[in-house]
Structure formats: structure tokens, C-alpha cells
Design a protein around this ligand. Structure first.
Ligand code: ADP
Ligand code: MG
Length: 328
């Protein structure tokens, strides 16, 4: 096999959803590459297409969604893959941790059994070995009193403990790619940090690639090598995390950072927010998706989608904006 081939290569991925108001392009040409062990963060306001990207990668798009373009994973094309093939990949080579642990766990099965079942299905372990491995996994995700928790029902666990079970489930089959979609939103602030740092540590230990979707810019800056900023179904800026966070090249990225809540601000302090709102997918303009909210907008922005422009001459850091020089 060609060892230079990236683990994941998306080229011009497009996803069209059917809505009551007609077809809507949820992803409009998403391209990026991940190698084994790469950690990449995906940030952007709600409705920008982050979850759709994750769901496309695990073959769980809404039933009537249409995908086009290319998603190559370990040399294999995933666009158009048949369901049985997806079942072999999902939870096995590619795993996802979802936002809401209670809906992602089966309330009718004890925790140990849920993890064990995945191990029996994907790794062919017998019941005894699966239980022992489930315990080892719960210990790895630092579940307090792991041995006792094997026989707990999901509703008996706290939110943080349930999220640890989901992480254990995701790790069960040693995936090559882990997708974590807002894995800590249901948790309080200190737990969020702890759980994300746990995910980051496990990913490093196992050499997994991580696609982390999160609102939390501070956590992102500590846990991923590269950051992609998404808006209106496209990646408007991407580059090494430190560079993206330092330069804030795209006007949207700048707005996102200005709008972030900061620790230590007096209660009731008004946060600057980005004026306007995320456009409905069916109403997205032909040109730059951010045009209607942008203070640098000119007619040319509305004529065609802006191409990726290197930021400060760095080909590894690009932003889809034709007015970079104006403000960067
Ligand atoms: P994010 O995760 O960035 O908040 P999503 O990827 O969930 O955003 O959604 C992107 C867009 O796709 C949103 O406009 C959302 O309303 C729309 N969308 C998501 N899921 C569906 C669905 N099942 N059917 C129709 N539209 C959807
Ligand atoms: Mg989402």
C-alpha cells in the first residue's frame, strides 16, 4: 500500500438535504486532508455544517441526503459506499462520540453489556473476554469505581460518567479516526475540560486521528494541531491552530473570536457578537456566504465564492476571502 496516502482526504464534498422549502446545500465543497495521528478542530456557529460533516464521515447522513464529491478513507472511496460496507467501517475504523450521551446509549442495557456487545461484534471476543476488556476500557477512561459501573444502567450515571462510557465505546474497536461532535456540551465547565483532555490523551496514546467539533475555542487551542473554521457549509479558513488563532485572517473568524465568552468578565457584561445571523441554507448567496454580515464586503464578494487565499504567504494557512490584506 502507498504509505504516503493520507488517512482521510475530502475533495469538494457536497451534501444536499431535502427541506420543506426545496433542496438545500448543507455542504458546498468541503476539502481537507488528515494523516494518521493528526488532530483537527472544526469550529463555527450553530448551523454552519459541522455535524453534517461528521455524519457524512460516518455514513449517518439523513436518509434523503445526497452526497457528491469525494471522501477517501485509507485509500477507499466513501461517497456512494453501500450500507453493509458502512456497517463494517463504522465503530470499527471510524468512530464518533456524540453530543448527547443519554440518547446515544441504550437505556435498557447495562453499561458493561453495551461495551461488550461492540467488542463481540467487531473484535470477535467471547463473553468473558468482552467483559474483561470492557472493564479495562472503563478504567482507561477513568471511570470512578469502574468494576461496579459495569453493571450500572445508563440512568444511574452522571452526565460526565455517561460521556466516559461513550468514549469507552468509541475506543473499543481501536478506530483510526475518532470524530467527537461537541462531546462536552452537556457537562459543566470543569468537567468539559477534563473530558476533552482525556479524549486528547487517549488519542495521543493510540495514535488515532481526531476530528474535534467544538464551540470552545480555548479548549481547541490546547488540543488540536490544525483548526478549520466553517461557515455556510464551507471551510472559510484553515491552518495550524496557533496561526489561525493568532492571525484571525477571515472576517468571520475574527467575529467568532470577538463573540466568545471570556472567563472573568463581570456578570452581565455584554459580549460583542457578530451582527446578523447564519443564513438559511436555501437562501445562501451565490458568492461568499458571509457577505451579508461582513464589514469588508464589496460587489466582488457577491459575484462568486472566494477562492482559498494563502494567509501571510503561508500555503498551509488559507482563508476564503478576497479582502485579506485590508484587515490582516
Ligand atoms: P452545526 O453542527 O454546525 O451546528 P449542522 O451540520 O447540524 O450544523 O447543520 C447544518 C445545516 O443543515 C443547518 O442549517 C441545519 O438546519 C441543516 N440540517 C441539519 N440536519 C438536517 C436534517 N436532518 N434535515 C434538514 N436540514 C438539516
Ligand atoms: Mg452540530
Amino acid at each position: 500500500m502507498d504509505t504516503d496516502e493520507p488517512l482521510l482526504h475530502l475533495r469538494d464534498l457536497r451534501v444536499t438535504l431535502r427541506t420543506p422549502r426545496g433542496p438545500a446545500d448543507a455542504l458546498r465543497g468541503v476539502s481537507f486532508t488528515m494523516r494518521r495521528g493528526d488532530t483537527v478542530g472544526l469550529i463555527g456557529e450553530s448551523g454552519s455544517g459541522k455535524s453534517i460533516t461528521g455524519l457524512a464521515l460516518i455514513g449517518l447522513l439523513p436518509e434523503d441526503a445526497q452526497a457528491a464529491g469525494s471522501m477517501r478513507f485509507d485509500g477507499r472511496e466513501l461517497v456512494g459506499l453501500a450500507d453493509p460496507e458502512w456497517c463494517r467501517l463504522r465503530g470499527n475504523r471510524i468512530a464518533m462520540i456524540f453530543q448527547e450521551p443519554m440518547t446515544a446509549l441504550n437505556p435498557l442495557h447495562r453499561v458493561g453489556r453495551q461495551i461488550g456487545e461492540s467488542l463481540r461484534l467487531h473484535r470477535g471476543l467471547d463473553a468473558r473476554a468482552a467483559r474483561a476488556e470492557a472493564l479495562r476500557l472503563l478504567e482507561r477512561v477513568r471511570m470512578p469505581q469502574a468494576a461496579r459501573r459495569l453493571d450500572a444502567w445508563p440512568h444511574q450515571l452522571s452526565g460526565g460518567q455517561r460521556q466516559r462510557v461513550l468514549i469507552a465505546l468509541a475506543l473499543a474497536c481501536k478506530p483510526d479516526l475518532l470524530i467527537a461532535d461537541e462531546p462536552t456540551t452537556a457537562l459543566d465547565a470543569t468537567l468539559q475540560r477534563e473530558v476533552l483532555q482525556l479524549i486528547a490523551a487517549l488519542v495521543r496514546e493510540d495514535g488515532m486521528a481526531l476530528l474535534l467539533i467544538s464551540h470552545d475555542l480555548a479548549l481547541m487551542s490546547e488540543n488540536v494541531q490544525r483548526t478549520m473554521v466553517m461557515y455556510g457549509g464551507t471551510v472559510v479558513e484553515s491552518g495550524p491552530t496557533a496561526s489561525v488563532f493568532r492571525r484571525l485572517a477571515h472576517p468571520y473568524t475574527r467575529g467568532l473570536f470577538a463573540a466568545r465568552p471570556r472567563i472573568g468578565l463581570p456578570r452581565g457584561t455584554r459580549l460583542p457578537t457578530i451582527p446578523g445571523r447564519v443564513p438559511e441554507l436555501v437562501d445562501l448567496p451565490a458568492g461568499c456566504p458571509f457577505a451579508d454580515r461582513c464589514d469588508r464586503v464589496t460587489d466582488a464578494c457577491r459575484a462568486a465564492p472566494p477562492p482559498p487565499v494563502p494567509v501571510a504567504g503561508d500555503d498551509d494557512h488559507v482563508a476564503r476571502c478576497i479582502h485579506l490584506e485590508a484587515g490582516s
